[in-house]
Design a protein around this ligand. Structure first.
Ligand code: K1U
Ligand code: ZN
Length: 167
């Protein structure tokens, strides 16, 4: 397994839409393992392949405290959604920035698992938020892009300043 480098906002590669995975082969299974290890090490509760500069439709999520409930979503599609909820989000690609985003309250997602098997899952709470946040990454959208232009400008300036200070 390997820890992968996570792209940092405003890297333009975060805006690239991901392609469908045609075959769930050994290379995809290795990517699942590497992404899970990267997410746990960060630490985070989700990670999209886009964030590690792999532009394929693959997400890993584990919201358990014990890190023993890994959910793998390959080629995910939201097939139903209900309600509206506003909650605070964070992102490993936008470190130290948290803000409120409006999402669907409950979602039903259809995807393939790491064996290539199709499943459907109904989610609410943090899992629903996380699925929608990670699926946005696959479309090339970062959660801060829901915020006002003023806030986005401030976040960009803050992250660029932080980057200069670490060089
Ligand atoms: O970068 C990402 O896409 C992962 C992101 C997922 C997420 C969290 C909360 C709301 C929406 C999406 C994170 O994991 S940010 C870090 C985080 O929330 C966390 C870190 C350690 C323990 C618990 C949570
Ligand atoms: Zn994110």
């Amino acid at each position: 397994m390997a820890i992968l480098k996570i792209l940092q906002y405003p890297d333009v590669r975060l805006n690239k839409p991901a392609r469908k995975i045609e075959q769930v082969d050994k290379a995809v299974q290795k990517l699942v393992q590497d992404m899970a290890q990267t997410m746990y090490a960060a630490p985070g509760v989700g990670l999209a392949a886009t964030q590690v500069d792999v532009h394929q439709q693959l997400i890993v999520i584990d919201i358990s405290e014990e890190h023993d409930q890994l959910n793998v979503f390959i080629n995910p599609e939201i097939i139903a959604s209900t309600g509206v909820e506003i909650s605070e989000e964070g992102c490993l690609s936008v470190p130290g920035i948290y803000d409120k985003v409006q999402r669907a309250e409950k979602v039903t997602v259809r995807a393939q698992n790491e064996k290539g098997e199709i499943f459907t899952l109904e989610a609410e709470g943090l899992l629903a938020v996380c699925i929608q946040h990670e699926m946005d990454h696959l479309k090339g959208k970062v959660f801060v892009e829901y915020l006002s232009q003023l806030k986005q400008g401030r976040i960009r300036a803050k992250l660029k300043k932080r980057l200069r200070e670490t060089l």
